[in-house]
Design a protein around this ligand. Structure first.
Ligand SMILES: [Zn+2]
Length: 76
C-alpha cells in the first residue's frame, strides 16, 4: 500500500479546506480553487468557451487562478 505513494507529494491543503470553520460555501470555493476548477479565462479557453483575452480586473495578463489569487495587482 505504501509503495503506491512512493514519490508522490504530500499537500496539507486539505486540512485548511476541510478542518477549518468557515461557511460551507467558502470551503467549497477553496476546494475548487485548490483543484484549479474555477471558471477562469484559461479554463474557459481549454473547454473551447468564449473568454476574455486578459484579466478583466487589471488588463495586464491572461486570467488564471494563479494570477487572480497571487499575481493580479488589483486583487492584492
Ligand atoms: Zn489581473
Amino acid at each position: 500500500y505504501l509503495a503506491t505513494f512512493q514519490g508522490s507529494t504530500h499537500c496539507p491543503a486539505w486540512k485548511l479546506t476541510w478542518k477549518s470553520c468557515p461557511p460551507p460555501r467558502v470551503k467549497f470555493f477553496h476546494w475548487l480553487a485548490n483543484l484549479e476548477r474555477c471558471w477562469t479565462a484559461d479554463r474557459l479557453a481549454r473547454h473551447g468557451l468564449p473568454h476574455p483575452a486578459r484579466c478583466l480586473l487589471c488588463n495586464q495578463a491572461p486570467e488564471s487562478i494563479h494570477h487572480l489569487f497571487l499575481a493580479c495587482p488589483f486583487s492584492k
